[in-house]
Design a protein around this ligand. Structure first.
Ligand SMILES: [Zn+2]
Length: 481
């Protein structure tokens, strides 16, 4: 609550001092952790032995000038069973540890990892020169902090530990640090979407992806009073950041769920980047063009031999949902990739168990190939790939179709084969071949056949995606054909 009030004050002040960057103020809540070095005791016992409470942390609010250093006082009460030895030659010295004010690396301490990144270690000594703090006694500790260099919102925490590694958390208090000043420098960004436009089929539930690079000097946060978010103009909907924290130089992603218009044409969606409670950004709106089209392309990737993850990474980066016709034998060896295909919004489909030519199989063998693969994939992912299937080698005839279709499968061929399985390695010739055939006179409903085994195809993929996007095709999975 205090934060909210201060933030309002900050906004009020900001309107008058916005272009002057010398006024800094800080609002601190504290967080404390304790640790000991008695490795023989069970963890719970250590907490009992070295528990503590913070009974005073001076003020919640501290005003600092730029680069100002200031003394703070914290009073700890020893609520554990052991006394604290503060003498010079103590084996169990007490320390206060902090990463403040290392702004860009100001990672929140992961409570379970016991991995402090702080370069700053304050040796604790009692202000009143006592050398031993017994149970229920208090320890008064002075230390010095320094203001972050840039205006903005920071999170920080201090930890109390006893010399030698092992941290034990008891009560915690977060530091929220607000520094006023030049917010434009602190919170700037640039677009990193491949294009601030995309093509969609009419009347569909879709997800718009907007990626912004943090070119400012302060971190962005997903949650908290000063979280970064996108607001759609003229609407009340807020879209939160996907990442929990985005440091300067990193990219943050926003996914906006929408239902596309029912009429073909071009539509603009406008968003504003905001930091909750802290500032109204004087930034130009982020404009995203939604092109509603009936042209569609299904990018499809077959077999699964090779590395699947880089394909998923690239398709995610360029926001191109695709279909993976995987073999049952591959699924057994790469189960995590099968799950990821689905989790990341792509479609998993069947390409048989081990790639036989179906024209040479008996009825029983055809049914085994399709059912076995379906069961394997369902067991791994929990999702039924039925009814989407692609024939190995694209090989079919009336006999195979009578069985496949008779069992309810919908088989998917292709309009643009790339022959990319000839190029396992990434080469200029291979990339050129994939690009050339993938984009060669595609019909308005295009299906492109590519293979995971081809690193050339992986290399050509961004250009293939760009061509289809530039030519007004919506990216679809096979269930939308
Ligand atoms: Zn195949």
């Amino acid at each position: 609550m205090k934060n909210k009030i201060l933030a309002l004050l900050a906004i009020g002040l900001m309107s008058s001092i916005f272009y002057f960057q010398t006024n800094l103020s800080q609002n601190l809540k504290t967080q404390v952790l304790i640790a000991i070095n008695e490795s023989t005791n069970p963890r719970t016992e250590k907490i009992q032995n070295y528990d503590y409470e913070i009974i005073s942390s001076e003020n919640d609010t501290i005003n600092l000038e730029e680069n100002e250093e200031k003394n703070l006082t914290i009073i700890f009460q020893n609520t554990g069973k052991n006394s604290w030895d503060l003498s010079e030659n103590s084996e169990n010295k007490l320390y206060l540890k902090s990463i403040f004010p290392n702004e860009t690396n100001s990672n929140i301490y992961a409570s379970e990892s016991e991995n402090w990144q702080s370069p700053i270690l304050y040796k604790i000594s009692d202000k009143n020169k006592k050398e031993e703090i017994n149970t229920n006694e208090t320890l008064t500790f002075d230390f010095q902090i320094k203001a972050p260099k840039n205006a903005g919102y920071y999170k920080e925490k201090f930890g109390l530990l006893i010399e030698n590694k092992k941290l034990l958390r008891t009560e915690t208090l977060d530091f929220d640090i607000i520094v006023e000043g030049n917010y434009v420098d602190s919170y700037s960004y640039e677009y990193t979407n491949p294009a601030m436009k995309d093509n969609y089929l009419p009347n569909k539930e879709k997800q718009i992806q907007i990626t912004l690079k943090n070119t400012g000097k302060t971190p962005w946060y997903k949650s908290g009073d000063y979280k970064a978010y996108l607001q759609e103009n003229n609407q009340n909907t807020e879209t939160e950041l996907s990442e929990s924290k985005v440091n300067p130089g990193e990219e943050g992603t926003f996914f906006i769920n929408t239902i596309t218009p029912s009429e073909i044409g071009s539509y603009e969606k406008e968003f504003t980047f905001k930091i909750k409670d802290l500032i109204e950004f004087d930034s130009s709106p982020i404009s995203f063009a939604m092109n509603i089209t009936n042209k569609k392309v299904a990018l499809t990737f077959d077999d699964g031999y090779g590395e699947i993850d880089p394909f998923i990474d690239t398709l995610n980066k360029y926001n191109a949902p695709s279909t993976f016709f995987m073999l049952g034998a591959v699924a057994q060896h790469q189960p995590e990739q099968m799950k990821r295909i689905i989790a990341d919004g792509h479609r998993l489909a069947s390409h048989s168990y081990n790639h036989p030519d179906f024209r040479t199989l008996s009825r029983e063998e055809i049914i085994w190939q399709t059912e076995e693969t379906r069961n394997i994939m369902k067991n791994i992912t929990g999702v039924d790939v039925f009814p989407y299937f692609r024939y190995p080698y694209g090989g079919f005839n009336d006999y195979t179709n009578s069985i496949i279709e008779g069992n309810g499968w919908k088989w998917i061929h292709w309009t643009n084969g790339t022959g990319d399985y000839q190029h396992h390695e990434n080469s200029a010739a291979g990339r050129h071949q994939t690009y050339f055939y993938a984009t060669l006179n595609p019909p308005d409903t295009s299906i492109v056949l590519m293979h995971i085994i081809s690193k050339s195809t992986l290399g050509a993929l961004p250009e293939v995606i760009k061509w289809y996007r530039d030519n007004n095709y919506a990216f679809v999975t096979v269930d939308e054909l």
